[in-house]
Design a protein around this ligand. Structure first.
Ligand SMILES: Cc1cc2nc3c(=O)[nH]c(=O)nc-3n(C[C@H](O)[C@H](O)[C@H](O)COP(=O)(O)OP(=O)(O)OC[C@H]3O[C@@H](n4cnc5c(N)ncnc54)[C@H](O)[C@@H]3O)c2cc1C
Length: 309
């Protein structure tokens, strides 16, 4: 049985891994990828030590730092974490389950889906959830952004540098920061569809348009576009501990200021938790705290096991 399994290779998971490795904890990091959402940030201006750095470059630095410690990293999805015989069983998409005395869940958040016809089928064929990653692909094309908050407005602003036209569809008025609203309103190639729903994404092999329905009079319009950027928020990746750990109404893992959950030995850090601010520096700090709490748990557990023997 390992001392700890860390689930997630974003800023929280990679920092937790470095802190655990420095304590000589026998650990395994399991993640779908390294970098997480932080890799999607075009320009990070609020990570101390860097006045400006691309998210992807910052995450490469995290990875380089982490690799110095030589612990194993496995690229797969964790499907469930189960409590078993004083420890945990970690089920994965690939390979046999892992046994661990403690777990650090640092699985972050994922983009929320629109859940309309055509969306699932056309992912990667014009439907995108990351303007930073995919905006350059749509150079000279007509695109749509769905959403009216900060991420949607930032995505639309990025797209003004590439796309021929941008239709911004939001269910209400734009709620993003005034500076973003002003920048977008002054762009020439932007059309706002406010108080509207996207009810379908059309296209056979590739996206050809969106069907937009007005919330005011129910009228429907087909807007021809080649790209659809869905920017309607994020949902926590907490399903792997649903039924085991306490979650709040938003599905975030309830963790205290030491990253402890209601389950002894199960720790959680970063965006997947109830920590109020979702930022790289906060996630990294929480990852550090989770690893130190897990270390404390491991040595106490081993100490009491020795005494009992
Ligand atoms: C477009 C964008 C721009 C941003 N810009 C900034 C910025 O400029 N400054 C700033 O401070 N913050 C920014 N943020 C927020 C910041 O990226 C997050 O707060 C931070 O990445 C959270 O880190 P995390 O490690 O908790 O989670 P994540 O970064 O979400 O990482 C979670 C990791 O877990 C993996 N994972 C998920 N589920 C599983 C599973 N079941 N099994 C295995 N692996 C799994 C994921 O693949 C991922 O690697 C931005 C976010 C976005 C989306």
């Amino acid at each position: 049985m390992r001392d700890t399994v860390i689930v997630g290779g974003g800023p929280a998971g990679m920092t937790a891994a470095v802190y655990a490795a420095r304590k000589r904890v026998d650990l395994l990091l399991i993640s779908h990828d390294l970098g997480g959402q932080a890799s999607w940030s075009w320009n990070v201006e609020n990570y101390m030590g860097f006045s400006y750095i691309k998210g992807v470059d910052l995450m490469h630095r995290f990875e380089e730092h982490m690799r110095e410690f030589g612990f194993p990293v496995e690229y797969t999805m964790v499907t469930q974490v189960e409590k078993r015989n004083g420890g945990f069983l970690v089920h994965k998409e690939k390979g046999a389950p892992e046994r661990a005395l403690s777990i650090i869940v640092a699985s972050g958040k994922s983009p929320r889906r629109l859940e309309v016809p055509g969306e699932e089928r056309l992912i990667g064929r014009g439907v995108s959830y990351c303007a930073t990653c995919d905006a350059p692909i749509f150079r000279g094309m007509d695109v749509a952004v769905v959403g009216g908050g900060n991420s949607a407005l930032s995505a639309a602003i990025q797209l003004t540098n590439y796309a021929k036209s941008i239709s911004v569809v939001s269910i209400a008025d734009w709620t993003g920061d005034p500076v973003l609203r002003d920048t977008l309103m002054s762009a020439e190639n932007v059309t706002a569809y406010k108080y509207c729903d996207v009810v379908e994404i059309t296209g056979e092999l590739l996206v050809s348009g969106i069907r937009v329905r007005s919330r005011r009079d129910g009228r429907e319009t087909i807007v021809p576009v080649k790209g659809v950027f869905v920017e309607i928020g994020q949902r926590p990746n907490s399903s792997i501990v649903r039924g085991l750990a306490d979650l709040n109404e938003a599905g975030e893992i309830i963790a205290d200021c030491s990253c402890k959950t209601n389950v002894p030995g199960l720790f959680a850090a970063g965006d997947v938790t109830t920590v109020p601010e979702k930022q790289i520096i906060v996630a990294a700090g929480e990852g550090a705290k989770a690893a130190l709490s897990a270390y404390d748990y491991i040595i106490r557990y081993r100490g009491s096991a020795q005494q009992a023997a």
